[in-house]
Design a protein around this ligand. Structure first.
Ligand SMILES: NC(=O)C1=CN([C@@H]2O[C@H](COP(=O)(O)OP(=O)(O)OC[C@H]3O[C@@H](n4cnc5c(N)ncnc54)[C@H](OP(=O)(O)O)[C@@H]3O)[C@@H](O)[C@H]2O)[C@H](O)CC1
Ligand code: K
Length: 512
């Protein structure tokens, strides 16, 4: 789904109001109803809410939420942060509606007016949303500093107040939310690490903005959602055999790092590849044969040529190189060989990327549309000009993907996939439990296995990253985020496939 930028969101809003048609106050009511639906599903009726509202439309949402919660019997106290004189029209309407119910709304005009709530109450932050375009100051800044030091759970409406939806945010004082309920789709700054961290766990609430406007909007940014995955994923067909699903080859592992090879192989096998061959150093042979009897195993010694030990490259439809490979001269030799021998899109990860960072001339030898999976540190090593500023890094990612005609997969909380055509896809599955050793090796195996099955490289990238996160989510549900191991992700790949399959429309569900 497209990620719209601030001006486009405003235009989508206006277009929906004009073409649905729906009055803007009713669109606000829809947004507030979606929030209240979520809140009442997650909080029992004995929970009290403290709702902090601004004077624009974000505040209007807050006032409408207060009214709807009161109607459902919740205890609600509403506060108006009077940071300016005038209400927006819809905010004013909701202010009047709330007052006409006899609700008590406290007007806060200065920092001394803040009243400390009981710690067990839920604080709702509806002061600023997508209208934010400058750093908070005065009363708004005082509110943000005050609410951030409360022990209460903080739930932001649309955006944590103070955070612009997109664009630079360095130095912007921002509410540190535990949960953000955002409308229609993620805003760009919710997906980037330095700004997204203020949002806590994000839940996207659809409010029915006009689809045709959304589809026509021009933006390079997208989220990977279920609908997109349903278009990419291909269920297996009858009368097929292992040859139909391709032969994957992995070049991974070194002494002391064979675990990475084991994990990549396990994920490749679970991806659905017809055959998986793993090339390992002599000391890894027994390990791989024991852990993965389903895989073929070949020893790569210092003098071997890949053509001699693995046969013609045309035998394989996907190659993955890097996990646990090390950065020795032997590893470099294997990387050189792989780049000479295999001329189709491949997956390069971990030590393969570190070797390329040390030998940048190799970058131009990577087959076009190959998948590179750096984490931020590896990305920085690869492109030394990489800055820690999120937007600069995102621009560099897109520029390099276009310039080198590669698929760059920047691994993070929301992994970002930059395609050679300049588009950019953020993943929405996955959880902090996956920030653990071996998780990246699993992704490499999955991506290689999907390439082997004939998915186009961009499809393998989107489906692989989404599946990886989904399997991680299922694993976290089974084991907790803390106890999640990379191996648990592999164990749950099957369930993740099933979940995608079950989400397909009935006419695409060929087997039961
Ligand atoms: N389509 C949707 O997604 C819908 C969104 N809704 C909600 O509406 C807000 C956006 O409302 P808007 O009125 O445009 O903006 P805000 O409420 O975020 O801000 C109001 C004004 O505050 C001023 N501003 C901006 N930055 C600051 C700041 N740092 N400190 C103080 N004040 C600030 C600015 O006014 P200026 O006069 O200064 O330009 C803002 O305009 C969206 O987030 C949703 O919550 C609707 O409910 C309908 C559907
Ligand atoms: K807010």
């Amino acid at each position: 789904m497209k990620i719209l930028l601030t001006e486009q969101i405003r235009a989508a809003d206006a277009y929906t109001i004009a073409h649905e048609p729906i009055a803007s106050i009713d669109l606000m009511e829809r947004a507030a109803t979606a929030c209240v639906q979520w809140l009442t599903t997650h909080f029992a009726a004995n929970i009290g809410f403290q709702i902090y509202c601004g004077m624009g439309n974000n505040g209007g949402d807050g006032l409408a939420i207060a009214r709807l919660l009161l109607q459902r019997g919740y205890r609600v106290k509403c506060h108006l942060i009077a940071y300016r004189d005038a209400f927006s029209p819809d905010c004013e309407t909701n202010f009047t509606r709330l007052q006409s119910m006899g609700a008590d709304v406290q007007t806060i005009r200065e920092p001394n007016d803040f009243q400390t709530p009981s710690p067990d109450e839920v604080a709702i932050d509806a002061v600023l949303g997508t209208g934010t375009h400058r750093p908070a100051d005065g009363l708004v800044a005082a509110y943000i500093a005050w609410i951030n030091q409360l022990p209460n759970i903080r739930i932001a409406i649309d955006l944590p107040s103070g955070l612009p939806a997109d664009g630079p945010a360095a130095g912007f004082l921002t509410v540190e939310a535990h949960i953000t309920l955002t409308f229609e789709n993620y805003k760009l700054n919710l997906l980037l690490p330095h700004t997204g961290k203020y949002a806590g766990r994000v839940h996207v609430l659809p409010i029915g903005l006009n689809r045709s406007f959304w589809e026509a909007a021009d933006t390079p940014y997208h989220t990977i959602d279920e609908a997109l995955i349903q278009q990419i994923y291909r269920p297996r067909q009858p009368f097929t055999h292992k040859g139909s699903y391709g032969h994957a080859v992995l070049i991974c592992g070194s002494k002391g790092k064979m675990g990475a090879a084991v994990l990549a192989t396990g994920a490749c096998l679970r991806s659905g590849a017809g055959l998986t061959t793993i090339g390992v150093p002599p000391e890894g042979y027994a390990i791989l044969q024991t852990t993965h009897p389903e895989a073929l195993c070949t020893i790569l010694d210092p003098v071997c040529h890949l053509e001699d030990v693995l046969g013609p490259a045309s035998r394989y439809r996907g190659l993955g190189i890097g996990p646990g490979l090390g950065t020795s001269s032997l590893a470099l030799h294997h990387l050189h060989q792989a780049l000479d021998w295999y001329r189709n899109p491949m997956v390069l990860d971990a030590d393969a990327l570190n070797l390329i960072a040390q030998h940048p001339e190799l970058l131009t030898r990577i087959p076009p549309h190959s998948l590179l999976t750096p984490h931020p540190k590896e990305f920085e090593r690869l492109f030394s000009s990489a800055k820690s500023d999120d937007l600069e890094r995102l621009n560099l990612l897109r520029t390099k993907a276009r310039e080198l005609q590669l698929i760059l997969i920047l691994k993070d909380h929301h992994t970002c996939i930059a395609l050679p055509d300049g588009t950019c896809y953020f993943n929405t599955t996955g959880n902090p439990g996956m920030a653990t050793g071996g998780s990246g090796d699993v992704l490499t195996g999955l991506l290689t296995g999907l390439l082997a099955q004939g998915y186009e490289p961009w499809q393998a990238a989107l489906l692989g990253v989404y599946l990886h996160g989904l399997a991680g989510d299922l694993a976290a549900a089974a084991h907790s985020e803390e106890a999640l191991l990379a191996g648990d992700i592999i164990t749950h790949i099957g369930k993740a496939f099933q979940k995608i399959y079950q989400s397909l429309p009935p006419q695409k569900r060929y087997y039961l």
